[in-house]
Design a protein around this ligand. Structure first.
Ligand code: N2P
Length: 372
C-alpha cells in the first residue's frame, strides 16, 4: 500500500512541470497549435481571436457541413483534430462507443458548471455521466423559406408545415423559384419519416420505402441537394424559395439578407409535424495531439460572455443560462432560436441505428440524389 502511495506521489511530482507549463508564460505556449474541426458558420470569429490572444495558443480552424463528412474524416483515424463538434445522436454516441473520444477532465474545465443541468441530462442518454462532451449549441431541422415568394405561388398554403416541400404539388409549384435540400441522410430522413407519420428512427423496410417514394416524388422539382453551408449562402441571396436546413442557418440567412437590403425576405419554418431537435457537443478525439489546449478551448467557449457572442452571431441557442441575459433581445426572444416548451414537446431526437440500418439509409439517399 505504502509503495503504491509513494509511486503515486512520485508520479504526481513528475507530472508537476507539465501541469505548470499549462499556464503562462505565453512564450512556452507559442508553439502550441489547436486544431479545431467545427461546422461551417458556427462560431463568432471574434471568439477564436480572443482565445488566441488570451492564451497564446494558435488555432487552426477547419469546417465541415454534414455529419457524414465529419464521420468520414474521423473513421479514417488520426484526424489530427483536438476539438470536434459532433451531434449527440447519432455521431457523438457512435464515437463514444467506438472508443474514439477522450474523456474530459472536468478539473481542467472550471466553466463546466455553467451548463444547464436539464440539457446535460438530456444528452446523457448518448453519454452516460456526461463524460465525453460539453454542450456547444443546439437547434432544429426545418425549412428556410422566402415567405413572399411562396405566398405568390401558393396563396393558400400554410407556412408552418413540411407540406411546403414534401407535397409534390407544392414542390412542383415552387420549383421555378428554387428548392434545395441539405445533403445529409442522417439529418433529413428522420423529418421525412415524421412527416409521413412514421417513426423518425424507423429501420422498417416499408417505412424506408415510403420515405424514398416521397423523396423521389419531389426529386424532379429539387434544384439542389447540397452542402448546408452553401444553402445558407444561397438562401441569403434569395436563390431558393424553400430549403430544408438547420434552424440557425436559415435565421443567419435572414439576418444577412436584411443587412444586404435588397428586399430578400427569409424566414424559418419549424415543421408543425414535429421538428428534429439536435445537440452539438464539444469533444476531444482520443488521439488528439493537444488535449490540454483542447480543454482550455472548451472551457473558454463555456464562458457566458463568449457563448452569448456566439449565439448572437450564429443564431443557435447555447446551454449556458448565464449567457442568456447577454444575448440580444431579438435573438433571445425568437422562438425559432430558443424553442418554446410547446415546440420542444412536439420535437423528437435521432437515435443511433445499427450500421446495417445506416447503410440502408445512405443507399436510399444516393437513389434520391440520383433521382431513381
Ligand atoms: C451550422 C450547422 C448547424 C449544425 N452551420 C447542425 N448540427
Amino acid at each position: 500500500m505504502l509503495r503504491r502511495l509513494l509511486a503515486a506521489t512520485l508520479c504526481a511530482a513528475a507530472l508537476l512541470p507539465i501541469a505548470l507549463s499549462a499556464s503562462p508564460p505565453a512564450r512556452a505556449q507559442q508553439a502550441v497549435t489547436l486544431n479545431v474541426y467545427n461546422w461551417s458558420d458556427y462560431i463568432d470569429p471574434g471568439a477564436v481571436e480572443r482565445f488566441q490572444q488570451e492564451t497564446g495558443i494558435q488555432v487552426r480552424y477547419d469546417v465541415f457541413d454534414s455529419l457524414e463528412t465529419l464521420e468520414g474524416k474521423l473513421s479514417a483515424g488520426r484526424s489530427g483534430y483536438d476539438v470536434i463538434v459532433p451531434t449527440s445522436e447519432p455521431t457523438f454516441a457512435r464515437l463514444i462507443r467506438a472508443g474514439a473520444l477522450r474523456p474530459l477532465d472536468r478539473a481542467g474545465i472550471p466553466n463546466w458548471k455553467n451548463q444547464d443541468a436539464t440539457l446535460l441530462e438530456r444528452v446523457a442518454s448518448s453519454d452516460p455521466g456526461n463524460r465525453f462532451g460539453a454542450i456547444y449549441l443546439y437547434g432544429s431541422v426545418g425549412l428556410g423559406i422566402r415567405p413572399d415568394k411562396v405566398r405568390a405561388v401558393l396563396p393558400d398554403a400554410s407556412l408552418d408545415s413540411l407540406d411546403l416541400l414534401m407535397k409534390p404539388e407544392n414542390a412542383r409549384a415552387l420549383a421555378g423559384c428554387g428548392i434545395a435540400v441539405m445533403d445529409s441522410a442522417i439529418d433529413v430522413l428522420p423529418s421525412v419519416l415524421r412527416w409521413l407519420g412514421r417513426d423518425p428512427n424507423s429501420t422498417d423496410t416499408g417505412d424506408l420505402r415510403a420515405a424514398e417514394q416521397a423523396l423521389l416524388a419531389i426529386r424532379p422539382h429539387v434544384r439542389a441537394i447540397t452542402a448546408s453551408g452553401s444553402i445558407l449562402d444561397a438562401l441569403a441571396t434569395g436563390e431558393y424559395c424553400v430549403a430544408m436546413t438547420y434552424s440557425g442557418d436559415a435565421i443567419q440567412a435572414r439576418a444577412r439578407a436584411t443587412e444586404a437590403g435588397r428586399g430578400v425576405e427569409v424566414a424559418y419554418v419549424q415543421p408543425k409535424e414535429g421538428a428534429q431537435l439536435w445537440f452539438d457537443m464539444l469533444a476531444i478525439p482520443a488521439d488528439a495531439p493537444n488535449p490540454e489546449a483542447a480543454q482550455r478551448f472548451i472551457d473558454f467557449l463555456l464562458r457566458p460572455d463568449v457563448m452569448a457572442g456566439i449565439t448572437n452571431e450564429v443564431r443557435y441557442p447555447n446551454a449556458v443560462p448565464a449567457a442568456t441575459p447577454l444575448v440580444e433581445e431579438a435573438v433571445r426572444g425568437d422562438p425559432n432560436v430558443y424553442p418554446t416548451p410547446e415546440m420542444l414537446s412536439r420535437s423528437f431526437t435521432a437515435e443511433v441505428l445499427s450500421p446495417q440500418a445506416e447503410r440502408a439509409r445512405s443507399r436510399l439517399w444516393n437513389r434520391f440524389k440520383a433521382g431513381r
